[in-house]
Design a protein around this ligand. Structure first.
Ligand code: SAM
Length: 311
């Protein structure tokens, strides 16, 4: 069995954003991770460690969005989000550049071995702490249609043995898409599941206008082809359908994309917002901070959007 982070060393995901560690710590972790990964035998891709294009670009975004940048003018380095209002503001009135601003290297991961190998063994663990999960579940209960609403279909992307839906929640069709069959089989909320590597094949195996809601919990940071996936989300959502991307500051560090591991929580909100914007056919994305006890338990952020009725 491979020595992957999160499987053997700790039950929850590592804290992965620069909001929680200094650059020095990041570099130390890189070295440490490299040693572990080498024992696992994965293929390593060259990786951008220090903030580059993406970071300065995001700082520019932040200015455009009216977010106050730290006194040292390094938003990324001081990216711990204070208070709940800033996340809610980040995606307001963004003037997006014409072209998708990220480059191919922004989507590289430290471990570029097949995801199917990394997720081969089931992990019956939770990846964020209980208060963060409770907060997500509560959020779902405010935006999901009532349980057992006729005709409602939901897709949980990057799903596992838990979807964090409200207790007893049921719909006619709840599809899980993920990489580990054992985990998906045990997920009680799913009515069906698909094992598919979205980094190999980002085409969702569903008809147009299939779903009312698409969720993705603590996993948007693993997508190497996010625009392709978000375009597929748009295609498979019904007009007005809701896509909810949620994330914390934890991840399987070696498997998250470079632009994620080299930036902070606020930037992640902007990055996910950009996926909606550049995929097209969505309402302007919104950010929400649902962190239950800021600073005392895992933070939890939502970026959501609805498919335009005309798309
Ligand atoms: C950190 S776990 C989160 C699982 C679950 N959403 C949760 O909240 O506990 C990451 C999940 O993303 C899925 N995943 C990772 N890479 C993927 C890929 N390339 N294609 C499809 N699913 C992927 C894995 O199967 C795994 O279940």
């Amino acid at each position: 069995m491979a020595n992957f982070i999160g499987l053997r060393f700790q039950p929850r995901l590592q804290i992965c954003s620069s909001s929680s560690v200094t650059n020095h710590d990041t570099l130390s972790k890189l070295t440490l991770t490299k040693n572990w990964s080498n024992r696992g035998g994965g293929v390593k891709a060259p990786r951008r460690v220090v903030l580059g294009f993406g970071a300065s670009f995001l700082s520019q975004f932040m200015s455009m969005a009216g977010v106050v940048i730290g006194s040292n003018n390094s938003f990324i380095a001081s990216a711990r989000i204070k208070g709940s209002s800033s996340v809610d503001q980040i995606l307001k009135n963004v003037e997006w550049p014409e072209q998708f601003p990220f480059k191919e290297e922004d989507f590289q991961r430290y471990d570029e071995s097949p995801d199917s190998v990394f997720y081969d063994a089931p992990r019956f663990v939770t990846h964020i702490d209980d208060p963060a999960i409770a907060s997500l579940t509560k959020y779902y209960s405010t935006v999901f249609p009532p349980s057992n609403t006729a005709g409602v279909s939901i897709l949980d992307m990057c799903s596992s043995w838990v979807s964090h839906f409200p207790s007893g929640y049921k719909q006619e069709r709840v599809v899980g898409l993920g990489l580990n069959e054992e985990e998906l089989k045990r997920n009680p909320v799913l009515t069906e599941f698909v094992v598919q590597d979205l980094n190999v094949n980002p085409t969702l195996p569903f008809e147009d206008n299939s779903f009312d809601i698409i969720t993705n919990v603590v996993s948007v940071d693993y997508l190497k082809k996010p625009l392709d996936v978000f375009k597929e989300m748009r295609r498979t959502l019904r007009p007005g359908g809701l896509a909810i991307m949620s994330f914390s500051n934890r991840c399987f560090w070696t498997k998250a994309i470079s632009i994620w591991t080299s930036t902070g929580d606020a930037d992640h909100v902007m990055i996910v917002g950009s996926y909606f914007h550049y995929a097209g056919g969505f309402e302007p994305p919104q950010g929400v901070d649902i962190s239950p006890n800021p600073g005392r338990s895992d933070p939890m952020y939502i970026v959501y959007s609805r498919k335009l009725s005309t798309a």
